[in-house]
Design a binder for this molecule. Structure first.
Ligand SMILES: C[S@@+](CC[C@H](N)C(=O)[O-])C[C@H]1O[C@@H](n2cnc3c(N)ncnc32)[C@H](O)[C@@H]1O
Length: 209
């Protein structure tokens, strides 16, 4: 990963703001996980925890991982202030996703949103896929490379961006059914207040039982 987006960058970003993110679950998570029966979930790169909290409030037992101490502290506090029952279903864990290997075939849902690794990305995808239980769902969402051509603020570093096809390429076609592999448009507002269309990379796949 480029040095400027390592742990120090994220610790500083979280330390400097009351809330970096909206506190709402990501739209692609809601769209893709709403129809799933609750089970065990991994949220990799959980940030301030909105996705983990949303899943836990729907009955999921969640492991939420990030390397930023400040994010995890804020996420835990937010969960406890919102819903004690849901908070009790979330295990917050600190780990570096460039090397951390979750248990294999462990989770009914593995979800990761907007974690942008460069050199270590493919290995990260493989570890995330390996931790999905048979019959479970892999959901990998990121900023699509198309966003580099918009006025939305994105780091001008093409190697940080990936497509759904990049994720599909690491999945064994004998073991996975791809449910969605999209450059999914959604409206956003850039720093000058202009309405623009941005795109999320969305990969949803089901591991065969
Ligand atoms: C763009 S934020 C997204 C946060 C959350 N998934 C969301 O959508 O609101 C990326 C998150 O990934 C975390 N992250 C980035 N690289 C990481 C790494 N190597 N190990 C663990 N967490 C990482 C950052 O600390 C940050 O919280």
């Amino acid at each position: 990963m480029p040095e400027e987006f390592g742990k120090d960058f994220w610790e500083e970003r979280y330390a400097g703001h009351t809330h970096v993110w909206s506190g709402r679950p990501n739209p692609q998570l809601v769209a893709e996980a709403e129809d799933l029966a609750p089970g065990t979930a991994l949220d990799a790169g959980c940030g301030e925890g909105a996705d983990a909290i949303w899943l836990a409030s729907r009955g999921w037992r969640v492991t939420a991982v990030d390397f930023a101490t400040a994010a995890l502290r804020r996420a835990r506090e937010h969960a406890e202030s919102l819903d004690a029952d849901a908070a009790g279903r979330i295990d917050w864990a600190q780990a570096d996703l460039t090397e951390w290997a979750p248990p294999e075939e462990r989770f009914d849902l593995v979800s990761t949103h907007y974690v942008h690794l460069a050199a270590s990305r493919e290995a990260f995808f493989r570890r995330m896929a390996a931790s999905v239980a048979p019959g479970g769902t892999l959901l990998i969402v990121g900023h699509h490379p198309l966003d580099l051509q918009t006025t939305i603020q994105r780091p001008p570093i093409p190697e940080l961006f990936f497509t759904a096809e990049d994720v599909v390429a690491v999945l064994d076609p004998g073991r996975w059914d791809v449910v969605a592999a999209d450059a999914r448009p959604r409206p956003a507002t850039d720093h000058d207040g202009n309405e623009v269309t941005i795109h999320d990379t969305v990969l949803r796949a089901r591991r065969r039982p």
